[in-house]
Every structure is written in structure tokens, then in C-alpha cells.
Write a protein that binds this ligand. Structure first.
Ligand SMILES: Nc1nc2c(ncn2[C@@H]2O[C@H](COP(=O)(O)OP(=O)(O)OP(=O)(O)O)[C@@H](O)[C@H]2O)c(=O)[nH]1
Ligand SMILES: [Mg+2]
Length: 387
């Protein structure tokens, strides 16, 4: 079965149910009102990887009423909520390039050269990246020729399948955050000004705390006035610990932060850094210094170095990723503000031209709007109207 059909089968039922996200939250607070049987979601439950179910168990002490069957329902509710956040956050892209794609199918009664030209233009405009689009067009033309397809309406499934084939063929699981099994997990956040580093730390902190982890936020962005305070506010909002000091050496702030984390039994340290790329050499030296400190204090060093990119900056974000990749070892990308762009194809361009997995995506400004990147939910969020 093609990817298009598989995803359609996975999620189609859940979106047709007219349950608002807010109502679902109500259900979570009042588990006794959860209906006994919800068979349309059976497939979704089967798709949940085992380890996520295990993580869910960590939450049990907090939500006393939920045992056995309720736990499973929680997971289902969470999945549904997550699909909804994807749907909502990708509205602009869906109404932008995806609807143009759908219109194209209606406009042409036959697959012609003009059809291919227009398709190519739509994809390039969606920030998918020129090389990815060129490869894709070659593969598509090939298939159309081999399978003698003349009807554009038959192409929509093939387009979705072929667009995402690189994602499906490998690395489906590599987008999980790595934690340090033997020591404190330190996650470093880097990226240029205003991309959403501090906000992302707030949101990830919220998620990890929800999973039962003890989280310390460390404000090592000692460069910009107010930056440390902004992180402190997030720590208060989500119930994380905090350490930060303005106008001091970032590496020494990281040192003190990790010492505190060790003494006070924290599981995860989230480090906010200054985002200035004007001077590449300085930035590289600073990150080297910070990493040296982490290496000295934590077995195996930082668990993750996440580069934060703003999706609304399009190809500019790709250039940033390439520049950062030259100066430090990046283990994952957080793509923020996808809700603010109609060109959600940038995920594909990152994959193609940077080769670093997107681990989280930002789909809005609230603490719940950061989601682990899931290619299937992403495709569904984009193409659900065509399914
Ligand atoms: N719509 C939307 N806004 C976001 C998202 N992520 C962050 N923002 C907004 O982007 C703005 C900048 O976010 P910050 O977290 O301050 O960015 P930063 O990278 O820490 O910036 P500096 O500290 O100046 O380097 C804020 O107004 C955030 O609310 C997202 O996923 N969606
Ligand atoms: Mg910041």
C-alpha cells in the first residue's frame, strides 16, 4: 500500500469526529466521563510505538483515577489532540501550496508538459528546495511514462508518495530525542536571534515535566538584555527549575547550572544560548567552550545539540543550518513557526540539503504547540483535504 493510502487509513476517522481540542482537555480532567467504546480509533492505537506507552506509565501517580483501560484511552486522546495540533498548525500551508496542488488536478484533464511545469513551480514556491523538486520531477515523469498515466486525478496519491519517499525509506525512528542513560541529560539549544530558542525550551520543558522528568533551565544567553529573565518566566510557567546570570561568561553559567543540577538531582538540563551569527569564529569558540565544560562534567557530554530554525524564513533557514553545521555538531533541528507560513515544504528541503533530522516542530505559541516531528501526522496535516 502507498503512503497516501496508509496515512488516510490511519487518521481519517479521527479528523471526522467533531471533537474540539478544548473538549478533549475536559475529558482528560474528568476521566469518568470517557465513553466506554471508541472503535474508530483502533488503528491509531495499534500504530503507537511500544516505548511511548511505557513513557505514559510515568504519569500514572499524578492522575490517580486513570488506571488500565483509562491509560489506553489517555494515549488515544493524546494522539488525537496531537493530530489536531498538526491540522491546525498546518492550515496556512494546506490552504496555500496544497490547495494549489489540488486545483492543478482539476484544471488539467490530461497530464501534459504544462501540467508538469505548473506542478514544479508550485513545489518550488512551497520552499521544498530546488534540488529536491528536480529529483522528484524526474521520478514522477518516469513513473507517469512507465505506468502510462494520463489522468491527473490519478497522480495525487503518487505525488504524495514520491514527495515523501526519502522520509519513508529511512530514519523514521531517528527523530527521537536522545537521553543520557548514565548521567544528567544536557540539551543545548542554538540558533540565530528570534528563531524561537527560548520559547522552544519552555515548551520542551513542559513536555518533559509532563513525562515525569525533573528539568532545569539554564540561561546562558548572557548577551542580550532580558534574555535570562525571559527564560526564567518560562521556567515559572511550566514548573521547571532555573539558573541564569546576566552579563557573565556563558560557559561559566553552564558550569554552575550543571553543578546545581547534579546536587539537586535534576534529570535534564536545557541550555539557552545567545543567537548571534555575525561573527562565526566567536560563536564557534563560545560553543566549543560550552561543550568543553559539559564534557568535563557530564559522562558522554551533551545528549543533544538542537538547532532552532524559523520556518517562515524559508531558504534563509537552510543557509543558517549549513553555517551552523560547519561550526558545531548538530544532532537535530527544531523547526518553529510552521503555523506562520504557507510554505510548509521546508521540512523536505532541510532533509535534502542539510541531512539533519527535524526532531520537533512549532505549530503555534502556546506550551502545547510544540510537537515531536512525525512524518505521518505532518503529511496528514498537509494533505487531509485531498484524502
Ligand atoms: N506562531 C509561532 N510563534 C512562535 C513559535 N515559536 C516561537 N514563536 C515566537 O517567536 C518569537 C521569538 O521567540 P524567542 O523564543 O524569544 O526566540 P529566541 O530565539 O530565543 O530569540 P533571541 O533570544 O532574541 O535570540 C516569540 O514571539 C515567540 O512567541 C511557533 O512555533 N509559532
Ligand atoms: Mg532567547
Amino acid at each position: 500500500m502507498g503512503l497516501f493510502q496508509k496515512i488516510k487509513n490511519m487518521f481519517k476517522g479521527s479528523s471526522e469526529e467533531e471533537v474540539e481540542v478544548q473538549e478533549e482537555e475536559k475529558i482528560e480532567e474528568e476521566p469518568e466521563e470517557v465513553p466506554e467504546e471508541e472503535s474508530p480509533e483502533e488503528e491509531i492505537e495499534e500504530e503507537i510505538p511500544q516505548e511511548e506507552v511505557v513513557e505514559e506509565k510515568v504519569e500514572v501517580p499524578k492522575k490517580e483515577k486513570k488506571k488500565g483501560i483509562f491509560q489506553k484511552k489517555d494515549k488515544k486522546e493524546e494522539e488525537k489532540k496531537s493530530v489536531k495540533i498538526y491540522e491546525k498548525g498546518l492550515t496556512k500551508s494546506r490552504q496555500g501550496f496544497v490547495s494549489r496542488l489540488a486545483d492543478l488536478t482539476n484544471k488539467y484533464s490530461k497530464v501534459t508538459n504544462e501540467y508538469f511545469d505548473e506542478l514544479e513551480e508550485i513545489l518550488i514556491m512551497a520552499d521544498i528546495g530546488v534540488n529536491t523538486v528536480m529529483d522528484f520531477m524526474d521520478r514522477l515523469r518516469d513513473r507517469v511514462r512507465k505506468e502510462s498515466i494520463t489522468d491527473p486525478s490519478l497522480l495525487k496519491e503518487i505525488i504524495v508518495d514520491e514527495l515523501f519517499i526519502i522520509y519513508v525509506n529511512d530514519e523514521v525512528l531517528s527523530n527521537k530525542i536522545q537521553f543520557n542513560e548514565n548521567d544528567i541529560s544536557v540539551i543545548l539549544f542554538i540558533g540565530v536571534n528570534g528563531v524561537g530558542k527560548t520559547t522552544t525550551i519552555g515548551k520542551i520543558g513542559h513536555k518533559l515535566i509532563d513525562e515525569g522528568k525533573k528539568v532545569l533551565m539554564v540561561g546562558a544567553d548572557t548577551f542580550r538584555a532580558g534574555a535570562v529573565e525571559q527564560l526564567r518566566e518560562w521556567s515559572t510557567r511550566v514548573g521547571a527549575g532555573f539558573y541564569g546570570k546576566e552579563e557573565s561568561d556563558p560557559a561559566s553559567v553552564v558550569y554552575d547550572g550543571i553543578e546545581i543540577a547534579k546536587k539537586e538531582g535534576y534529570d535534564v538540563v536545557l541550555v539557552d544560548t545567545a543567537g548571534r551569527l555575525q561573527n562565526k569564529v566567536n560563536l564557534m569558540k563560545e560553543l566549543e567552550k560550552i561543550n568543553k565544560v559539559i564534557d568535563g562534567l557530564v559522562e558522554g557530554g551533551a545528549s543533544e545539540t538542537l538547532l532552532v530554525l524559523d520556518a517562515t524564513t524559508g531558504q534563509n533557514g537552510i543557509s543558517q543550518a549549513k553555517a551552523f553545521k560547519e561550526i558545531t555538531n548538530i544532532t537535530g533541528i527544531v523547526l518553529t513557526k510552521l503555523d506562520g507560513t504557507a510554505k510548509g515544504g521546508i521540512v523536505l528541503a532541510i532533509k535534502e540539503s542539510v541531512g539533519i533530522p527535524v526532531k520537533y516542530i512549532g505549530l503555534g505559541e502556546t506550551k502545547d504547540d510544540l510537537q515531536a516531528f512525525d512524518i505521518e501526522k505532518y503529511i496528514y496535516g498537509l494533505f487531509k483535504d485531498m484524502m
